[in-house]
Design a protein around this ligand. Structure first.
Ligand SMILES: Nc1ncnc2c1ncn2[C@@H]1O[C@H](COP(=O)(O)OP(=O)(O)O)[C@@H](O)[C@H]1O
Ligand SMILES: [Mg+2]
Length: 280
């Protein structure tokens, strides 16, 4: 089933000369994990904001085309209505913490309290969300004592406690160390395995190669490609879009070592090891 349909989406910020999004179309099935890549200012964050209705409802500006999340056309609904279907997580976990809550549990409860969920159901949902994010042991800790990776997982727990069907994450690991990044990717993968649709922007190609089902390559507000990570990262013209292939792909391309099954270059460590062992 189509969870997200984007059709001819165009958008210009108020006062801007150029369109930030120029005729964007793509469709996402329920439960897919989509990685969005592209150079700085290619439109990744603007697209994320359009998926959750901040574009146009918060930013205003000139808007054309359609974004339909789970049958709901974003343009025609309020941000609060849309937030029941789709949640968003931003780059910096610190800016997402309310700053006024004394425990992880209270922090995760914050969004639910605003939704008017009954207390018992609220506690159940919080427990489930904390468990899924591997934070059940930390529920009484002060949010500011958490590591960056834990803090970002707490932000995700706050979103998934609201039970959205889709989650959008805009560079959720750009402020985190390697361990924190890995924790967040594992946590997001567990959501995707539970059937949640995931849209995530990221600069680290190795992570996208490992975790995403499909990759959307953006450049100058347009979709250049929307395909499997193996297809997108095998493009010879990737560098023209300011994007790097995973290091494994680069090495194997240099050695001209392709996968036997697909004829494409490996994109993960495991795939590279397989072709390198045969070659040796
Ligand atoms: N709040 C804003 N107001 C005006 N222009 C913006 C705003 N945010 C982004 N832009 C412009 O929109 C375009 C896309 O930016 P953005 O979506 O932030 O790209 P990315 O996330 O890929 O770096 C750029 O030209 C940028 O300057
Ligand atoms: Mg951005």
């Amino acid at each position: 089933m189509k969870k997200l349909v984007v059709e001819g989406l165009k958008y210009r910020y108020p006062g801007a000369q150029e369109l930030a999004l120029k005729d964007i179309s793509f469709e996402v099935e329920t439960g897919e994990f989509i990685g969005i890549i592209g150079r700085n200012l290619s439109g990744k964050s603007t697209l994320c904001q359009a998926l959750v209705g901040l574009v146009p409802h918060f930013y205003h500006g000139a808007y054309g085309g359609k974004v339909i999340v789970d049958g709901l056309e974003v343009k025609n609904h309020t941000i609060s209505e849309i937030s029941r279907k789709v949640g968003i997580v931003f780059q910096n976990p610190f800016t997402q913490v309310t700053g006024s809550k004394l425990s992880v549990l209270e922090e995760v409860a914050f969004g639910l309290e605003n939704m008017g969920v009954p207390r018992r159901e609220m506690l159940e949902r919080i427990d489930d969300a904390l468990q899924l994010m591997g934070l059940e042991e930390s529920k009484d800790r002060n949010p500011f004592d958490l590591s960056g990776g834990q803090m970002q997982r707490m932000a995700i727990a706050g979103i998934i406690a609201m039970k959205p069907q889709m989650i959008v994450l805009d560079e959720p690991t750009s402020q985190l160390d390697p361990q924190g990044s890995e924790e967040v990717f594992q946590a997001v993968q567990s959501l995707s395995r539970e059937g949640m649709t995931v849209i995530l922007t990221e600069h680290k190609p190795e992570k996208i190669a490992r975790f995403a089902d499909k990759v959307l390559l953006l450049d100058d507000g347009r979709v250049v490609d929307f395909d499997t990570p193996a297809q997108v990262f095998s493009r010879e013209d990737l560098a023209e879009y300011g994007v790097e292939a995973p290091i494994y792909t680069k090495v194997c391309r240099q050695l001209n070592l392709r996968r036997v099954d697909s004829g494409l270059f490996p994109i993960t460590l495991e795939e590279a090891r397989e072709v390198l062992e045969k070659w040796r």
